[in-house]
Design a protein around this ligand. Structure first.
Ligand SMILES: [Zn+2]
Length: 149
């Protein structure tokens, strides 16, 4: 099965890049919020979260479960949906880590921003595949301009 593209507004995308740069050398993290329009998953806005991981936040992130719960409740009230999560990989690859795979929720998109001291180095987005085969990459489509990286 071909993975669906994750559609994201350039405003939301830029806010993720800003978080990734501002959080260096630690991983940034946050929520992807929007709606499902037919077969399209459309991220309209993001919500930055504090990385509460104990230990090395250069290599690990954890979003406060209360922030996730609040976002789900608020988005339900406004007719939106929690579509997934974003985080950055400072000085690392764009592949999900084994920890990323282990902690992933089904049906959520996991957007990874690669960043180093020179700036943004790339992006990828992943979802859990069927049959416990780890995560599959899904294309990222900006709704209003071409990807610059
Ligand atoms: Zn990761």
């Amino acid at each position: 099965m071909r993975p669906m593209a994750l559609h994201i507004s350039s405003t939301a995308f830029e806010s993720i890049e800003e978080s990734a740069l501002a959080s260096m050398p630690e991983e940034c993290c946050g929520l992807l919020i929007g709606r499902i329009d037919g077969s399209k998953r459309l991220v309209e806005r993001t919500q930055t979260a504090i990385n509460i991981a104990a230990g090395d936040r250069h290599k690990r992130y954890e979003i406060d479960p209360q922030a996730v719960f609040d976002a789900i409740r608020k988005s339900n009230e406004s007719g939106e949906q929690l579509l997934g999560f974003f985080h950055s990989h400072p000085d690392s690859s764009l592949q999900p880590s084994s920890h990323d795979v282990k902690t992933a929720w089904p049906d959520k998109s996991y957007l990874i921003v690669g960043v180093n001291s020179s700036g943004i180095v790339g992006h990828s987005s992943w979802r859990l595949g069927g049959g416990g085969k780890g995560m599959q990459e899904e294309p990222i489509t900006l709704t209003d301009r071409q990807l610059l990286h």
